[in-house]
Design a protein around this ligand. Structure first.
Ligand SMILES: C[S@@+](CC[C@H](N)C(=O)[O-])C[C@H]1O[C@@H](n2cnc3c(N)ncnc32)[C@H](O)[C@@H]1O
Length: 289
């Protein structure tokens, strides 16, 4: 499709999404949207209108579709420079993590930071928690981030931060953290962790949009970039973690961000954070394997 026409379709989609989100705030608005979306003919028309703002069956399908309209995603320079700025701030939603981690911090020796961006989380956490000098903080992200992570750590004279290309490196780490990134993965958290030879001891999820019902794949559209993302079920994620041996310790709302799926106003919600600890019994079992 010609670029001008693509831009027009995205602009129309944006207006339709704004309209539906405004309608959802009116009395009976959500019911009206659900009733309209339950009629296949109208639903098809609304999806076509919404373009990159429509729901999709899975992340792969969504990514293939949205890239026809907006080529840039996580590698967009604005996204990367914002992550660099985040290294110097402790965001409101970091404080629950700091609270729950503080007792464990002195004993941490390995951290796996899934979707860790440029390694930006390490810096505020280290400022607040004084992480051990021998700590190994492995950032796992898309390949384009490797050089940026390493250069950024070098610019901060930081030896503890490295880049991991392999999810397997998360096996048996003291802390597995996935902040602002779980929704970019098709699989549930328990499935991702369940593939590891040894489960991590502590698991933190932060700044994550979830679904209060069934999972749904949607998009995050920024200025010049778009990401496909999956709102996993919040209850299902917690139940999945408990099923593989974790104790659910806490959840907190992240009011800095909100998810608004235009065709599913019933799923409007804040983002969330979660904290899990591997059960002692389970840990013993893992160690004896
Ligand atoms: C919003 S940033 C989060 C950065 C950091 N964790 C934080 O809380 O500030 C999301 C990160 O997820 C990464 N990401 C997206 N899909 C990924 C994938 N399939 N594998 C690894 N990283 C991915 C992106 O490249 C991006 O750096």
């Amino acid at each position: 499709m010609v670029p001008g026409l693509n831009k027009l379709r995205v602009a129309i989609g944006s207006s339709a999404a704004i309209g539906l989100r405004a309608l959802a705030k009116l009395p009976y608005g959500p019911q009206l949207i659900r009733a309209a979306a339950s009629r296949p003919g109208i639903e098809r028309w609304l999806r076509a209108l919404l373009c990159v703002y429509q729901p999709f069956p899975d992340i792969d399908t969504a990514t293939k579709y949205i890239r026809r309209f907006i080529p840039a995603g996580h590698e967009h320079s604005d996204v990367v420079s914002q992550l660099k700025q985040f290294a110097d701030v402790t965001r409101e939603s970091d404080y629950p993590v700091l609270f729950y981690l503080s007792g464990y911090a002195p004993g941490l020796s390995t951290v796996f930071d899934l979707g860790g961006g440029i390694g930006n989380l390490f810096y505020p956490y280290d400022r607040e928690l004084r992480l051990p000098a021998t700590l190994r903080w492995m950032v796992h992200d898309l390949p384009d981030k490797e050089e940026i992570v390493l250069q950024f750590a070098k610019s901060r004279n930081e030896q503890r931060v490295g880049f991991s290309r392999r999810m397997e490196d998360a096996s048996g780490v003291d802390l597995f953290i996935v902040s602002g990134a779980l929704h970019y993965f098709e699989d549930e958290l328990a499935v991702i962790l369940g593939r590891l030879a040894e489960l991590p001891r502590l698991v933190v999820v932060n700044r994550t949009p979830f679904s209060q019902a069934d999972p749904i794949v949607t998009t995050q559209v920024g200025d010049g970039y778009v990401h496909a993302c999956k709102l996993h079920s919040l209850a299902g994620t917690i139940a999945g973690m408990e099923a593989i041996g974790y104790r659910f310790v806490a959840k907190w709302p992240v009011h800095e961000r909100a998810s608004r799926v235009p065709l599913r106003p019933d799923l409007n919600d804040t983002y969330w954070g979660l904290f899990f600890v591997l059960d002692a019994d389970r840990r013993q079992l893992e160690a004896s394997r």
